[in-house]
Structures are given as structure tokens and as C-alpha cells.
Design a protein around this ligand. Structure first.
Ligand code: FE2
Length: 400
């Protein structure tokens, strides 16, 4: 993610229109996509040059058989495998430390993240510590590693974070619960293996929560202040695929084509984030996860319609190209933001997800604290309409 460090201004400080935002795009991740490509795992891992693989995953992956199959495929390719399959949602520094302990004992030289964004981020986090030492806090920010990172191979089994497209590991501090975005060009997976068949067994609730997260990535990155002519291409195509496929995978979970659209859409949305960052819905969501324990996709899904209305009120045509792609008529009308927000709320309802914070156990007395924490979220700084603490408070009140 090289774009965020470059302000969208001329050298003399004048603002540039989004279409002229400078960009420096260097693809770092080889993408292997298709039904059944998981069978190539062993051969692809061998191509990365390692001999002892740390397989980072979570208990759910073992129960559906994906983890055992991965171990089998790696061993068939003459690779040694050590497993850490106890990653928690919103992984913390403790998760990474435990993965590192397993990897050090087995002298692993290749990281494999198999699962949702939590497993992928934990594998990236382990790569930082194994190659450069220290603690995750040392890598908070971008390009803090001084030595080459261990290669990471990413196999997402959800269509959500798009972490396999990104050079950041999002790791929460175990004590403060602050989400630390630790980035480095070397942390980008060397290979992303995208097999829609791995997502066929996802429970409906996980399909819904991760799908809404991916949709929010497309919508937020499309209007981020760091958007570029390239990131908007990724975001627009991601939104088109995801919004169309989301109801279909809920209705027909075994539809491999729709699952493929979700997985590919989530990957493209991840590429959009990598090249443009996110916005206020994610800034609002992080404190809801830290203080109230909300699942990331639920928190971001509840907040997104309110952020869309807030942003569009200041820039009526902001979402117009995206809405045109999604088939809306009159995308530049003054009520366009409201109609897009209604569509997003409709998707939440289709996924049987909450549409209000009060339904998630959030109470009004928490809002000042949530708003204070939201102002400290890095990602909020890229929202197209700036927000003060009072603005965040208003968004939370509207979402309550
Ligand atoms: Fe997200």
C-alpha cells in the first residue's frame, strides 16, 4: 500500500481532483483463482522456496476438513508442516506470539494463512516477528521492517477482508485492544490462492457478515480521499460483483459461480483498500468491536448506511458513478445517498443482520466514549467528509 503516504496534492500543496491523484502501483501478490485450485497448494508452496510451513488457521477450518486437506497437500509436496490453528477473531498480539512460538520450535521458513482475515493477518504478523524480531508494536505503521520478511501464502476461506490482497496485518494490542495496522511491502502475500469451493461450507451467518464487510470495503474505498483512477476501478467492479452475488449466496449457498463472484469481489475490494484506504464506517466499527465486542462485519454494516448519508449530504454526486454501476436511476439526485443507504440496509436485512446498534447491546451512554475512540482511528482520516468528535457522536446516535 504505497498510495496513503502520498498526499493528493501538487508539490506546492494544491488539491488535485481524484482523477489526477498520483499513484504508484506495484502488484506484489500472484493471484491464482478458480474452483479446485486448492489442489495446487503444495506445488505453489514449494515454488516459494520454503521447506517447513507454519499453517495458521482457526478451529472451524479443522472441523470442515480444510485444514487436514492442506496438511495432506503440503506433505505430498515433501514439505514439513507445523500447525497453529487457534487464531481468534480480531487477532491480538497474543495470537501472533503463540503462532511465533510454534514456528520457532519447528524452524518454519514459510507462512501459510488459511481461513478468514484473522488467520491471514496472524500469519503476516508471525512473518514480521520471525524475520525481524521485536513485538508487533514495533511494526505499527508502514515499512518498519529492516530485514526481508518470510514469504506468506494466503488462502482465504471467506469472502470478506481481502487481506490476501494487502500488505498490512491488522493486529489488536492484547491489553488496549487498539487495532494496529502493521504494514510492509514484504508482508503482502507472495501468492493468494482463491478457490471458491473452499467457501461453499461457510455458515449462512458468516457468509452474511463477511459479505457485508467486503461490500463496505468497496463502498468506502470508492470515495476515500486516497482514491486513485486505479483503486476506483477495483472498488467499482468489486461492488458490482458483491452486491449482485450477495443475495444469491444467501439463497443458494452451493452456487459455486456466485461464491466465485463473492470471493473475487472481496479480493478486488481488498486491492481497492490496498490502493486507497477506507473511511468513517470502519473508524466507527473499530471502537464498537473493542468496547462492545461487536463482530467487525456487523459493526461496519450497521454504520455504513449512516456514513453514506453523511458523506453524500456534503457532496451530492459523490456516489453517482458507483450507483450507476449498481443500476440506480438518477444517481446524482439529492436523495441518491439516502437510496444507496436504503439499499445497503436492505442487504443487511437479507443477511438477517442487525440494522441498529441498540439491537447489538450498545447503549446511549457509551456513545461519547465510542466517538472519542473513533476520532483516533487512522482509517477515518481518509473519509471524504472530515469528522469531528461531535460528528462521530451524531453517526452513532443515528445508528442507535
Ligand atoms: Fe472491514
Amino acid at each position: 500500500m504505497s498510495a496513503p503516504s502520498q498526499p493528493a496534492t501538487t508539490p506546492s500543496g494544491e488539491s488535485l481532483p481524484a482523477g489526477l491523484t498520483p499513484l504508484d502501483f506495484q502488484p506484489r501478490t500472484r493471484v491464482v483463482f478458480g474452483p479446485g485450485v486448492f489442489a495446487r497448494l503444495g506445488a505453489l508452496a514449494r515454488e516459494l522456496g520454503g521447506t517447513r510451513v507454519l499453517l495458521v488457521s482457526d478451529p472451524g477450518l479443522r472441523s470442515v476438513g480444510h485444514l487436514d486437506r492442506a496438511v495432506q497437500l503440503l506433505r505430498e509436496a515433501q514439505l514439513e508442516v507445523a500447525c497453529f490453528d487457534d487464531v481468534h477473531e480480531n487477532p491480538t498480539t497474543v495470537d501472533v506470539d503463540r503462532a511465533v512460538t510454534v514456528a520457532r520450535e519447528a524452524r518454519c521458513d514459510l507462512m501459510l494463512g488459511l481461513g478468514g482475515g484473522s488467520s491471514l493477518d496472524c500469519a503476516k504478523g508471525a512473518s514480521f516477528l520471525l524475520s525481524n524480531g521485536g513485538r508487533m508494536e514495533d511494526y505499527w505503521g508502514y515499512a518498519k521492517a529492516t530485514r526481508p520478511l518470510l514469504p506468506v501464502l494466503a488462502v482465504p476461506t471467506t469472502s470478506g477482508t481481502g487481506s490476501e490482497a494487502q500488505s498490512y496485518a491488522i493486529i489488536a494490542h492484547a491489553e488496549t485492544h487498539n487495532k494496529m495496522a502493521c504494514g510492509d511491502p514484504g508482508a503482502a502475500p507472495r501468492i493468494a490462492l482463491l478457490d471458491p469451493e473452499l467457501t461453499l461450507t461457510l455458515p449462512r451467518s458468516v457468509t452474511a457478515v463477511t459479505g457485508i464487510d467486503a461490500i463496505s470495503h468497496a463502498v468506502e474505498s470508492f470515495v476515500s480521499t486516497r482514491r486513485t483512477p486505479l483503486s476506483t476501478v477495483f472498488a467499482e467492479q468489486a461492488a458490482r460483483l458483491l452486491v449482485a452475488a450477495f443475495p444469491q449466496v444467501l439463497a443458494q449457498p452451493q452456487d459455486t459461480a456466485a461464491r466465485g463472484d463473492m470471493l473475487w469481489g472481496a479480493h478486488l475490494a481488498g486491492m481497492a483498500i490496498e490502493n486507497s484506504m477506507l473511511g468513517a464506517a470502519h473508524a466507527c466499527a473499530n471502537p464498537l468491536s473493542a468496547l462492545c465486542g461487536l463482530t467487525h462485519g456487523i459493526a461496519v454494516g450497521v454504520m455504513l448506511p449512516h456514513v453514506v448519508r453523511y458523506n453524500q449530504a456534503a457532496a451530492p454526486a459523490l456516489y453517482a458513478p458507483l450507483m450507476q454501476t449498481l443500476g440506480f436511476d438518477r444517481p446524482e439526485a439529492t436523495d441518491a445517498g439516502d437510496r444507496l443507504a436504503q439499499r445497503l440496509t436492505g442487504l443487511l436485512e437479507q443477511g438477517a443482520l442487525p440494522t441498529r446498534l441498540s439491537a447489538c447491546g450498545v447503549t446511549a451512554d457509551l456513545i461519547p466514549q465510542l466517538a472519542t475512540q473513533a476520532t483516533q482511528q487512522w482509517t477515518g482520516k481518509f473519509n471524504p467528509r472530515p469528522l469531528t468528535q461531535a460528528d462521530f457522536q451524531l453517526l452513532y446516535e443515528r445508528a442507535l
